[in-house]
Write a protein that binds this ligand. Sequence first.
Ligand SMILES: [Zn+2]
Length: 234
Amino acid sequence: MPETKDREGYAFNLHLVCGGFAYFSTLSNWVSYGEHGREVRRPRRVYVDTFQSLLIALGHCTANIVSEEDYTSWLMYRGWGIVTKALVRERMPQWLQGRKCISDGVGVFTDVALASPGALSHSISSTKKRIVSNRDNAQCLECGRGLSKDGIKLTMHHVRPFGRGGETTTRNLVCLCEECNQKVADEHVIEYFRKANLPYTLDANLVRGEFTKDSFAMALMITKNMMHTRAEVA
Ligand SMILES: [Zn+2]
């Protein structure tokens, strides 16, 4: 019996092709750190059969992209495509380049080329402050004190610190009082997402079938280190 070996390839979830760009999500690896502690990340290889079974179990349709014809029709139909290493290198090498990314704090990365100026800025708009303050009941998530009942000034805290690549979105911001904010400093406390009633691990869109304990666990596995980015299509 020949040894059965799971081939390696790349898995891309192709969302949109427009204006000369293909917008996609893919699993990624850390490459290096850039300014503001933002990670440079690059698509990472997966085991084709294993990954495909995972996607099918989650209710996704997947396409095996092994030829030029497959590639051309995939650009029209989109969705998850599992592409052979050879085809990626030969036909779409620009998809593999490293990208500077910001992070939402739970392991999902967004190419800065896709991020809004507000998400990339250290300063926080008054709209975001109001939304986060309302959501967190205008009290410190650590000690529970607030302006109206205790006369304590509240501040906005980046859960994944801005200087470590954290994005400035309501997703990554919580209310802390000045004292607690200073104590936490640049520690990355995932627990704050739970306290703020934010989904703190999972991209629910990855579950297309039934939402079970198993599908939840599988979706968790591929949410982590997911990178949203784009590449030019020739
Ligand atoms: Zn506090």
